[in-house]
Design a protein around this ligand. Sequence first.
Ligand SMILES: Cc1cc2nc3c(=O)[nH]c(=O)nc-3n(C[C@H](O)[C@H](O)[C@H](O)COP(=O)(O)OP(=O)(O)OC[C@H]3O[C@@H](n4cnc5c(N)ncnc54)[C@H](O)[C@@H]3O)c2cc1C
Length: 448
Amino acid sequence: MSSALETLRRDFGGDIIEPGAAEYESASRALLASGSPAFVLRPESVGDVQAGVRFAAGSGLALSVRGGGHAFAGFGTNDDGVVIDLGRLAQVEIIDKDRHLVRIGGGATWGQVAAALAPHGLAISSGDTRSVGVGGLTLTGGIGWKVRKYGLALDNVVAVEVVTADGQVVRAAGEENPELFWALRGGGGNFGIVTAFEFAAHPTTDVFFGKISFPAAEAAGVLQGWAEYVRTAPVELTSIVYFANPFAGGPNAPVEIHLAFDGDDPELAAQAIDPIRRLGTVIGDDVALKPYADVLVDGATPPPGIRLVTRSAFADKESVSDVLRILAEVGASERSPFISVRSVGGAVSRVPDDATAYAYRQAELMLVTTTAGPEPVIQAAAPALEAIWGRLAPHVIGAYANFQASATEADVAAIYPAQTYERLAAVKRQYDPGNLFAGNHNVRPQEA
Ligand SMILES: Cc1cc2nc3c(=O)[nH]c(=O)nc-3n(C[C@H](O)[C@H](O)[C@H](O)COP(=O)(O)OP(=O)(O)OC[C@H]3O[C@@H](n4cnc5c(N)ncnc54)[C@H](O)[C@@H]3O)c2cc1C
């Protein structure tokens, strides 16, 4: 350990933050998790990342990799281990204007990307939140406001530069280390630290964005009508339904359809959005034309002691109706979690199933329940939450890693069906046989 530390101090050009340092308190925390790591490393360069990885491997300490630090499962910190915080590797550079190729540092946030690309009329399909990291979101999916037109964030990745467990820098792209490239698009942080992503960005205009609200009492009909409509709606329209929001009345909270229409033509936008307005009694409608970079919001930091428990699954076409019926009933009860349902399909389902390690391309919807509160509230809500998921179980499939707050073996099995898992494990054996990168929805290198 002491020689590994000496080597680190010699080779590492960024900050090494240890307990007692002024910055330690804030440096040790991720958005949704506190920790007490032995070292927080803030690399300034790829060479620093290599030194950090070699140190973690040589020290035998647990390693957490932090991109934007937003993982619901709190992957961005640990106790007594090493955290590599990539926040300073946040450059956004257009490397090929004609092909809209953009190189993005592995620690950038989507807000930094949107702000850097906006002056060039470009954007990348990402998520809904500025402060979320490019790394975490992209490596397991990326369902954002342009998902139905441009696919998942990971569908727009054309190459990655990654530091693997042995400290080597490897490039992966379609023709270069193709199995690693396949695994990195869905398999999360299991294979190394991505120091740079190359994305094919797309031209963007202002977009029509906002929410249309309906009374809680109309939830069942609005949900069914919405799901029916988005199945054939123009792919420019992406939407998320939120209801049973405990901060807006729980069972009496309005049903809100948040939507983005990717384009600035008011007629086309109205054609796409008006069928949503006809789903029920509209009690609020603030859809307006906005720059794409302005539609992203900042992820609020929960007050100390407040936990957020998210759980997710997908619904295929044949189960959509049952899933939404159950969710509408659940949302009407006092014990309901906050529920959101995202429309997927579109460009996501046109990519061949085995092109990347993201497993649920044919799903029409992705649903998430969120429970928030201090630990006793979370514990008290757990039986009702289990019962809700028990009712959903026969109708839903899988889980979306990015909205899964737990990381049990059952979670990993839900995120990666057996065939995907086995292929990922083979890549893991090649690039991380000692499972250095284990602070994630972990794919183990061992043979099943
Ligand atoms: C407020 C909020 C809004 C969200 N909105 C959306 C949304 O609209 N759509 C969506 O799809 N998801 C969304 N998410 C989920 C989000 O995608 C995940 O929480 C994701 O893990 C966050 O990535 P991060 O880099 O910020 O997290 P981190 O906690 O830093 O990282 C998460 C995981 O990714 C790994 N990782 C991160 N960067 C790298 C890298 N460069 N190289 C290797 N491994 C890396 C880490 O090791 C860790 O396992 C949201 C989350 C929050 C909290």
